[in-house]
Design a binder for this molecule. Sequence first.
Ligand SMILES: Cc1cc2nc3c(=O)[nH]c(=O)nc-3n(C[C@H](O)[C@H](O)[C@H](O)COP(=O)(O)OP(=O)(O)OC[C@H]3O[C@@H](n4cnc5c(N)ncnc54)[C@H](O)[C@@H]3O)c2cc1C
Length: 410
Amino acid sequence: MKVVTVGTGMASADFVQQLRTEGFDGEIVMISDEPYAPYSPCVIPFYLAGDPLESVFWKGQDFYQRQQITPLLEHRVVEVDREQRLVRTEQGASESYDRLFYAAGSRSWCPQPDWLQTEGVFGFKTLTDMVAIDRYIRQQRIERAVVFGGGFIGVDAALALHHRGIEVTIVHRNNRLLSQMTDVEGGQFATERLANKAGLDVRLHATVDSLTIDAGQLRGITLNDGTTLDTAMLIVTTGVTPNSAPLTGTDDGVSVSAELLTEAGIYAAGDVALTRHLVSDAPGLYATYPNAQQQARVAARHLVHGTGHYDGSLNTNVLQKHIDFPIISVGVFEGEAVTWRQGDLFRRAYLQEGRINGYILIGDTRNAGHIHHLYVTREPVAHNIAEILADRRGVSHYRNLMQLQTPVTV
Ligand SMILES: Cc1cc2nc3c(=O)[nH]c(=O)nc-3n(C[C@H](O)[C@H](O)[C@H](O)COP(=O)(O)OP(=O)(O)OC[C@H]3O[C@@H](n4cnc5c(N)ncnc54)[C@H](O)[C@@H]3O)c2cc1C
């Protein structure tokens, strides 16, 4: 049996590794539009901040040889021909398959796609982006940059550049940074710290309206309120689009079953896959590595043994690179809000019918494990949620487990 993966990203790498672990000894071909061994997008901000390039190859640069894989690199898949069981690439190759694993991830979405053709304007999604940004910073001796889009990836990008010694302005249309992973108060709390403690210049209720370009190179930007900023570098992090079109014909993502099958013989997983939420059951694109990893493993076991079931995804977000006040959130921010605040620490849980519906932790997140456990197991917590939130190190959890009564002082 021959297996082909579209993508050599985190989901695909975990998938083929699991196939080999499960004893699959057939032919495997991995196709990517990039020239690299599998790398982790989660750590590419560290590379930009100064870590060596080698550090991004999380499974080793000899992954293809070790796993006995034939890589087909710098080939962009444009079509999956189901009738012929063929994958076709823009570069003219076609690869036959018995089973296909489709994990093409997503790409940067830009409100003005042609901006990305300008010298000095970049997406922040792939290692190809990072290598180009790094080269440009060195060549142009960049000291000042603008990041457009203040979601998770935008803040990740801004912190990495700031860590490298670049002055960063982050432009965001909402009333707070990280608006998708926080509620209003939690997001404003995080935004204040990102401005005051992490040193980002934050512009809220703002968008980039136009670019000033000279001889093809960026020289500055104009915001919607008319403010102009001189800069030769703009990073666009206003969103992502799933790379589903070669398989489905649309950019809407790929629906999958609990076995990660989108149809007989074709699995899909990772950022491109539409899955159900583990707790709320809501369908969606839950684009984080832990979800991709779980999905890849379930698909591999299903391919080899014909059994396996994916329980669902979580929308967990953990922002902790280049800051000493980690920010964690998950779930839905609806229901009764119970909050604990002290200095630079913020903790809030949303309860519905006495159970945690979602939570946000900022600053000290050592009790995240306990709170997360209560969230996914749907345990009733109305009677002790205030104590759990106030608990510094999650010790009340262990005290309860050991049936000790001593109160904990914070
Ligand atoms: C900057 C950044 C920071 C992140 N930080 C975190 C984090 O801290 N924690 C976390 O959990 N998640 C994080 N993520 C998300 C995480 O990286 C993804 O959830 C994970 O990589 C998903 O794996 P994937 O295989 O679906 O996609 P990817 O790893 O993106 O791989 C997609 C693959 O498909 C290939 N491809 C795409 N289109 C085609 C095509 N047409 N033809 C051929 N090949 C194609 C790409 O080259 C790539 O090999 C981060 C993402 C980014 C961009």
